[in-house]
Design a protein around this ligand. Structure first.
Ligand code: SAH
Length: 463
């Protein structure tokens, strides 16, 4: 982010604009929304600007700008549509301590004016750092249709009621109150009975909320999928949206954690592979404790929570503590990985079964029915199989598996740094070691990428 969005207090402050043509007028129309004092400096004002000056909407200084004109100004706009003149006036304004924007000149501007959706006091500012004004306009148009005009009225009146709501404890109860006002009874009252009905509606709602018994905590055991936020289920997304507390594994990506509410407590339970991690009983206790405090807890696990997720231990803790919970499935790494190589997990005539196996278990390298796996056509998705690659390779070969059996390693599935490495059982090691995997990886035994080009390229690179 090269530009950090903030909302600047400009009520009563001076904003100076140099220019008198179309660019100046477009900016002025926007600046009229503020409660700032506007000063326009131009030797050749458009008649409209002169009219605005006569109406008292701005002060007009009808000459070219000179030193001293921007003293005390909070913001300055260079809108002369003339590079040399804008550079000259911007230099004056900068010296005099104003923040400077030159219209259509990102490089020499200290700030950008975003596209704005105005439901005062609710303001949405959209910026693309100059990269895609078309995109900003499209987002604005979309929000304009989605945010009712009444939102501003509701927010203005709601603001006067904030103190009264202090009787509700901070957190879920207070949030539920405002949510049901803004998205339920508020718009309804305004539409049916006008602005005068809003305060009585707030009072009734507050009474109801005070009387309502304390809400019980709840835990959603949620699958976050392999990393791409678009691979979240809608149900997972909704659970994250309303969570007070999110307790997540290390493999859950920051893009997904970003979706949580700003006030949500985010706890990294860091349970990746064999790195330093929070002990499982500690995690169980944390989940229980937050739910007992009446919180909406999301226990967010990579992929699907039911696949190598130690879900049952957490469920047992919740049941012991008599806490309500639900399981929200996610896309497991094997599903996303197989899609990335254009294959199916099962295929008629090739494999009518697929195994999800782990390279490791609590006792070390995990043992499996190697003889069955070694048979031609078998397919297995190997989770946590980086360190155990040599062990798995050895066991399978010992049980008669063909060295030419295709094996595909997929790292960082669904993320921007996804890598596909195609090899064979015979070459699994050293390919695995040479690949220097730093992200999570899943290994498909018995599957090659559909695209043969990927295969030969990867073989050359890593074998
Ligand atoms: N519950 C998870 C698996 C947890 S075990 C799921 O359903 O996917 C952790 C292992 O999952 C990792 O060692 C790796 O083998 C695999 N894994 C998880 N996310 C992955 C990703 N984005 N890319 C590749 N492998 C992944």
């Amino acid at each position: 982010m090269q530009h950090f969005p903030i909302f600047l207090a400009v009520a009563g402050q001076t904003i100076v604009l140099s220019g008198g043509g179309d660019a100046a007028m477009a900016k002025l129309r926007l600046l009229f929304k503020t409660e700032a004092k506007l000063v326009v400096i131009t030797p050749s004002p458009n008649p409209e600007i002169t009219r605005w000056a006569a109406q008292g909407k701005l002060s007009l200084i009808a000459r070219t700008m000179q030193s001293g004109d921007a003293v005390g100004a909070a913001l300055f706009y260079g809108a002369n549509e003339d590079d040399a003149e804008d550079a000259r006036v911007a230099a004056i304004a900068t010296t005099e301590g104003a923040l400077v924007n030159i219209v259509d000149n990102l490089a020499d501007s200290q700030f950008i004016t975003p596209a704005i959706v105005d439901r005062d006091p609710v303001t949405v500012a959209i910026g693309t750092e100059g990269a895609a004004p078309v995109l900003a306009r499209a987002i604005k148009a979309d929000l304009e249709t989605r945010l009712p005009q009444s939102l501003g009225t509701l927010a203005r009146i709601g603001k006067t009621f904030r103190h009264a709501v202090d009787v509700l404890p901070l957190g879920r109860k207070r949030r539920d109150f405002w949510a049901s006002f803004y998205f339920g009874s508020g718009p309804k009252a305004l539409e049916e009975n006008g602005a005068a009905a809003i305060i009585p509606t707030l009072e009734t709602l507050l009474d109801q909320q005070i009387m309502a018994s304390d809400v019980a905590g709840h835990v959603d055991l949620v699958g976050a999928g392999p990393g791409d936020p678009e691979l979240l289920t809608l149900k997972a997304r909704n659970a994250i949206d309303k969570a007070d507390v999110v307790i997540h594994d290390r493999l859950v990506t920051s893009e997904i954690l970003e979706l949580a509410r700003r006030e949500a407590i985010i706890i990294d339970a860091g349970k990746e592979g064999f790195g330093p991690s929070m002990d499982q009983s500690h995690i169980d206790a944390l989940i229980v404790e937050h739910a007992q405090n009446g919180h909406q807890v999301v226990r967010l696990k990579a992929g699907d929570p039911t696949v190598f997720g130690r879900l049952d231990e957490e469920i047992a803790a919740l049941e012991t503590a008599d806490i309500s919970y639900s399981i929200i499935p996610g896309i497991t790494a094997a599903s996303a990985a197989v899609a990335s190589i254009g294959q199916s997990l099962t295929k008629r005539g090739r494999n009518s079964a697929v195994r999800l196996i782990t390279g490791h278990d609590t006792k070390g390298y995990a043992d499996h029915d190697w003889a069955a796996l070694a048979a031609p056509g078998e397919v297995a998705a190997i989770y946590m199989g980086k360190k155990s690659a040599r062990f798995i390779q050895g066991r399978l070969l010992m049980h008669g598996a063909d060295i030419a059996t295709p094996v595909t390693i997929i790292e960082n599935v669904s993320r921007t740094d996804q890598r596909i490495i195609a090899t064979t059982l015979g070459a699994l090691e050293p390919t695995m070691s040479n690949a220097n995997l730093t992200g999570p990886a899943i290994t498909f035994y018995g599957l090659a990428p559909r695209d043969a080009a990927t295969q030969s390229l990867s073989l050359k690179e890593f074998a």
